[in-house]
Each structure stands twice: as C-alpha cells, then as structure tokens.
Design a protein around this ligand. Structure first.
Ligand code: CMC
Length: 426
C-alpha cells in the first residue's frame, strides 16, 4: 500500500470516500474500491478493461512498450537462452532452477508423462472428426477422475504432483487427439527425448518407427511452447482463477480455461491465420484482400495482425519470426505457395501506411501458424498446441491463488431489467 489515497466524491453523498492505493513494483498502481459497496455503489467495468482482479507476481506486460516479463525475465531472453521446462519451473517457483533442481524437475515430468488407459479410452470414444479442443478439454477434465484421491488443494505435495502430471500429460493428450483423428495408433512417451521432441515423436512417429525430428524443428517447437507459456490475466487464465476460486480441483479449473482458449478471439487466432491464407489462395489475390482489410465497410481483417495489448510490437512475434525463417530454411519450404502469401502479406503490412499508422504488426499467431503448418501440424491442432504451452501458466496462476488467501469470485452487475411486479392473477 502507498500512503496515497484516492478521494471519491459522489453527487448526493456528503462525505468523500477515501480509497487506498496499492503500489505495483512496475506498471500501474491500483485503487482499492471494495469499500464503495458500503455506500451503495458497485464499479462498472465490462470486459475488465480497468480492473485488477488479483495481485500476482508471475507475469508483467507493458503493451505500449512491447514488454513481456516472466518473474522479471524478458520473454526474448527466455526464448533464446532458456528452454520450456526451465521456463515452467520459473513460472511455478518464482526463480530459475539450480542444475540439480532442473534435473529433478525434468525427471519428474518424464516420469509422469504416461496417460491412464481410462483417459486414452475417452479420447478413442470420440468421433474421429471431432474438434481437437473438444477432446483435449474432456481429457484434461477426466484427469480429475484418475487422480481424485491426490488432488487435495490444501496439500502442497498434491499440488506439486498435479503440476507435474499436468505439464507432463498435456502433450501426450495433444498427440493422442491428433492420432485419433488420423486413425493411427497412440505412441507412448519416450523418456529419452526432450519435451518438444517427445511431443513431435508422439505426433509424427508410428508404431515401431520413431519420427525424424531435426534439432531446429525440436527447438522451434520448444520455443512455441515458451512463447505461449503465460500471458498474465488473459481470458483463459482469468477463467481458471474464477473457476478455481470455488475450490474446485485444478484439472476441472484448467478444463474451463481450455474451453475459453478455444474461442477465435483468443487461442483460435493462429488457426484463423491459416484459414485466411488458404482463402486468399495466391499472391495475385493479396492486393484485393489488403484492400478489403482497409475498407471500413468490409468486416474482413487480416488475421495475425494487430493486438489488443501490444500497440507497438508483440515481443513474442520478433522471436517467432526468426524461428519461422530458420524452420522454413531447414525444411526447404521458402517457396511454398501458402508461405509465399504469408511472406508477401507480412511485407505489405510492414510497409503500408494504413497498417503502420494503426500499429498493426504481425503478432505471435501469424508466425506460429506458419511454423506449425510448415512442420506438418494441421490447422485444427494449432489451438491445442497453444493449450499445451499455456498449461503451466494456468497452473501457476491457480496455484498462486490457492496458496494465498482468496475469495470465491463473484462479480456484480448493473441491473437494468424489470422492477418487481406481481404474477398476473388467473
Ligand atoms: N486487419 C485490418 N484492420 C485492423 C486489424 C486487422 N487485423 N486489426 C485492427 N484493425 C483496424 C480496425 O479496423 C480499427 O480501424 P479504425 O480505427 O479505422 O476503426 C483499428 O485497426 C483498431 O482496431 P481495434 O479492433 O479497435 O483494435 P483492438 O485492439 O480492439 O483489436 C485485435 C485487437 C487483435 C482483436 C485486432 O487487431 C484483430 O482483430 N486482429 C486479427 C485477429 C488476431 O490476429 N488476433 C490474435 C491476437 S494475438 C492473440 C494472443 O495474444 O493471445
């Protein structure tokens, strides 16, 4: 708390209301408005554009400056110098691991990667054409049934084990979802492989034939997981916190987060990028679509451009662009027709005054969509990959909440419906 206060005067109320101000370590301070209910008011903030719903020490974003920090470390540095599991440890524990801690963490993840047969059977019971997010969401919720006796949220050891199980098993589930849609046999996790490499092997390997995964592709996949690991109080993370605030188990809360991520305004955007590139169809059509994007009377938007928070640049997109170039070169795909459209669009958007003046830069989803397509992952799986990387962020926020004093989330409303009236007499 600071020694500063905000003073609110309201027409018709004699006394001013004193509201405490709390200091952040970086970024905006917050005004504590809880006491205004005593005066018969609620605050009104649809979309929570101005509301801090919690205190957190995990991630900081400054959208104007293009800054994203996890536990204080810039995302660009983590993406280049760290790896996904080390970033997971950091998000969960607040500090980078010592070499011994890292080893222990990696081993724990490898030891918990096998999914129970009951959950594998749930995935098998879905129609093959089911959306991968529907399958993933159900499978993660089903983990609560498997581990019902070890999800006491008041026990630190249960919470630690749950973090391992979640981070370890989401990639196994993601690969199973893919295999089921392909009508192929599930491939078991391989403890000799790195996290991303293992995911790619479970996806592209076949029974008796390991997938050939180059180091560049494995590194790119690992980087995609790092760049999606957490993003502060976004819609899915806020969902996990709100759901978890009822005291429900973390698998159930995270299944709620997965449902939220599914929407096209959130995790579904990378899939939308690919669909858009396919709709454009060839480089000759680009000008027509760019004109549509600029036309105020046309609802078409260039998917993968612009960001609600980042108004200068998306720091994740910078790293992703570099990885994208490496992957395309590695796979010899520089001349792929769809990727040619993507490259040309990127160039236009970076040079065209409309996009420059509105600060519409390619965002992380633009490049991740291209990389995933180049690696051979179908567009319907893109949001599942996002969820795989984000599982740790959801868990870290849930754990932060339940480790401290918290209340069940219960927003209020501005009621504008009918006043009390009597049911008509018959
Ligand atoms: N293509 C063309 N014009 C655009 C676009 C776009 N992608 N995005 C914004 N604009 C224009 C918009 O028409 C508006 O113009 P005007 O000022 O003349 O009315 C102006 O730019 C501001 O747009 P806005 O909708 O007020 O901006 P916003 O901050 O509310 O929206 C956004 C941000 C990401 C929803 C939007 O840029 C968009 O729809 N982008 C495409 C979808 C996309 O790529 N989403 C993924 C974001 S990254 C996901 C994540 O971090 O989780």
């Amino acid at each position: 708390m600071t020694d500063k206060q905000a003073h609110l005067t309201i027409d018709g109320i004699e006394n001013t209301i004193d509201l405490p101000i709390y200091s952040s370590t970086v970024g905006p301070n917050v005004i504590d408005v809880t006491s205004i209910t005593k005066n018969g008011f609620f605050t009104f903030d649809p979309g929570f554009m101005s509301t801090a719903a919690c205190e957190s020490k995990i991630t900081f974003i400054d959208g104007d400056e293009g800054i994203l920090l996890h536990r204080g470390y810039p995302i660009e540095q983590l993406a280049v110098s760290s790896d996904y599991l080390e970033t997971c440890f950091l998000l969960l524990n607040g500090e980078l691991p010592t070499p011994a801690q890292k080893q222990e963490f990696v081993t724990a993840i490898k030891n918990n990667a096998v999914v129970d047969a009951s959950v594998a059977n749930i995935i098998k019971s879905f129609k093959r054409e089911s959306h991968p997010m529907a399958m993933l969401c159900s499978a993660v919720a089903a983990l609560a049934a498997v581990y019902n006796d070890e999800i006491d949220i008041t026990k630190e050891e249960d919470r630690k084990l749950t973090a391992y199980r979640l981070i370890a098993q989401v990639p196994t589930l993601a690969a199973m979802v893919y295999k089921h849609r392909q009508d192929e046999t599930f491939i078991a996790p391989d403890a000799n492989l790195g996290y991303a490499e293992n995911y790619l092997n479970m996806t592209f390997g076949t029974a008796g034939q390991a997938a050939k995964v180059s180091q560049i592709i494995a590194k790119a996949m690992d980087r995609i997981f790092i760049l999606h690991a957490d993003h502060e109080q976004n819609a899915s993370t806020s969902t996990v916190r709100l759901s978890g605030s009822s005291g429900t188990n973390p698998f159930a809360a995270i299944a709620a987060g997965i449902s939220t991520l599914w929407g096209p305004a959130h995790g579904g955007a990378n899939e939308a990028v690919l669909n858009m590139l396919e709709e454009i169809g060839s480089v000759e059509n680009i000008d027509k679509y760019v004109a549509k994007a600029k036309d105020k009377n046309d609802s078409f938007r260039l998917m993968g451009f612009g960001h609600r928070v980042y108004k200068n640049f998306d720091p994740r997109a910078k790293v992703m662009k570099q990885t994208c170039d490496e992957v395309l070169a590695e796979l010899g795909l520089e001349n792929d027709p769809l990727l040619a459209i993507a490259k040309r669009l990127e160039q236009i958007a970076l040079e065209d005054p409309y996009f420059i003046s509105k600060k519409l830069y390619p965002n992380v989803d633009f490049y991740s969509g291209i990389i995933l397509k180049a690696v051979g992952i179908p567009a319907e799986m893109f949001t599942v990959i996002f969820a795989t990387g984000r599982a740790v962020g959801w868990y870290a926020h849930w754990d932060e909440m339940v480790s401290t004093a918290y209340k069940i989330g219960r927003p209020r409303q501005l009621y504008t419906g009918s006043v009390k009236r009597d049911y008509p007499k018959k």
